[in-house]
Design a protein around this ligand. Structure first.
Ligand code: NAD
Length: 418
């Protein structure tokens, strides 16, 4: 299995696991059993494109573990999707769900494609074909996909519809992050970004930062745009925003709503008025109180970690900071890290609420959703800080160790089959 997973993102998740397993002094047998994915599925997806030709895409679903409940994790559409990357993301989902005490295993899926260059019809055909290939492996009790980079509520609706057509009745709980009119939860779309903003504010209070703290957000999709608007609503000044097309910086503040509207018509940040235009690399090292990477993995590296000028690094993306960068940040006591598996866990937590609501066919108001979310995030944040302080370890290692410990303990208790 190891040779199939050769990939820099998997190497990173693997190194993080080893560090946390060392802290826990996990016995070798349990370490191996906890680390490697339970199941990896790779499929070929022939799709007739709008030009009449058939293009065959490659898709993956990795179920890292199913020990605590159904697999849970997003589906990513991006050109560079690879099995090793999907396996790393599945592994992080395992520790995240366990850290948040959710009754789920960890999973992730992805298709190597460029969604920005595909029509809605092509994306629908691809999604339905992918779902069809995954039919034996997904379901409300086995593995429940959700959106990730390049996918959205519409993608989830197509998955739900394809799965339901095979079952012969509507099965809303096969996915989360679906539209509210087919059984989605109020607040799910905004949940990851709002959760990031909630925790960034808790950290800002702890560090006694000024109330109009300055914020830079890299990535302005689902996570980044809602994190930016929530931060602005809480009174912060958004001084930088980046996406795949480039980055904007204005120390006097940028209105995230105006950026969203601009993107709707122009599809790119190029030409946005009233801000300096920078590269994404430059954006990350501009001065700010709170830096929120919310785009992709491995953007904070040994090259730029020493140059960050933020007080709080609130990781909206999965895996934005490499272990080499962590080594540098761990030497800097001026940067407070809220690690990804904690910081962006608002998304999977509200996915859990959506799954529960769907299974009961009993739906909650948005304020109930957020009240419950914040009541879970707050104590988990406190537990991670305490675990880190008691053992004198970085926040990331603490969060990972807490998640890994729970998965390992559950495996030990359940024993081996047969
Ligand atoms: P998305 O597709 O909605 O948005 C991605 C954003 O990142 C876009 O603005 C895109 O332009 C930008 N981007 C892509 N490549 C970039 C690059 N090279 N440089 C700068 N910007 C770039 O995706 P999303 O759902 O917001 O996910 C973003 C991150 O958050 C991913 O790491 C994902 O795994 C993680 N995450 C998402 C959720 C969720 O609920 N959607 C939950 C937890 C974690």
């Amino acid at each position: 299995m190891k040779h199939l997973l050769e990939n820099p993102v998997f190497a990173m998740a693997s190194r993080q696991f080893d560090l946390a397993a060392d802290v826990l002094e996990l016995p070798q047998e349990l370490r191996e059993r906890t680390k490697w994915p339970k199941r990896m599925i790779s499929v070929s997806l022939p799709v007739r494109m709008d030009n009449g030709q058939v293009h065959t895409f490659t898709g993956h679903r990795v179920q890292h573990h199913l020990t605590l409940g159904p697999g849970k994790g997003g589906i990513r559409y991006a050109p560079d999707v690879e099995l090793g990357e999907v396996a790393a993301l599945a592994m992080w989902m395992s520790w995240k769900c366990a850290l948040m005490d959710l009754p789920f295993g960890g999973a992730k899926g992805g298709v190597a494609c460029n969604p920005a260059a595909m029509s809605a019809r092509e994306l629908e055909s691809l999604t339905r074909r992918f779902t069809d290939e995954l039919l034996p492996f997904i379901g409300p009790k086995t593995d429940v996909p959700a959106p990730d980079m390049g996918t959205n509520e519409q993608t989830m609706a197509w998955i739900m519809d394809t799965y339901s057509a095979h079952e012969g009745h509507a099965v809303p709980s096969v996915v989360t992050g679906k539209p509210v009119n087919i059984g989605g939860s109020l607040g799910r779309k905004e949940a990851t970004g709002r959760g990031v903003a909630f925790l960034a504010n808790r950290a800002a209070e702890l560090l006694q930062l000024r109330s109009d703290s300055s914020v830079i957000v890299q990535g302005f999709g689902n996570v980044g745009s809602y994190a930016a608007t929530a931060m602005a609503r809480f009174g912060s000044r958004i001084v930088g925003i980046g996406d795949i097309s480039g980055a904007l910086y204005n120390p006097n503040g940028i209105d995230p709503i105006q950026v969203s509207q601009y993107l709707q018509t122009h599809r790119s940040l190029v030409g946005f008025p009233d801000a300096e235009h920078l590269s994404n690399e430059e954006l990350l090292v501009q001065p700010c109180d709170i830096l929120i990477p919310a785009a992709k993995e491995r953007v904070i590296t040994s090259e730029n970690a020493a140059k960050l000028q933020c007080r709080i690094l609130a990781e909206g993306a999965n895996g934005p900071t490499t272990p080499d960068a962590d080594d540098i940040l761990n030497q800097r006591d001026d940067v407070f890290v809220i690690p990804d598996i904690l910081c962006n866990s608002g998304g999977v937590t509200v996915s859990y609420f959506e799954w529960v609501q769907g299974l009961q066919s009993f739906f909650w108001s948005e304020s109930e959703v957020y009240d419950r979310l914040y009541r879970l995030l707050e104590p988990t944040f406190a537990r991670v800080l305490k675990f880190a302080k008691d053992r004198r370890i970085p926040h990331r290692t603490a969060a990972l160790a807490m998640g890994i410990q729970k998965v390992a303990d559950t495996k030990r208790t359940r024993g081996l089959f047969p």
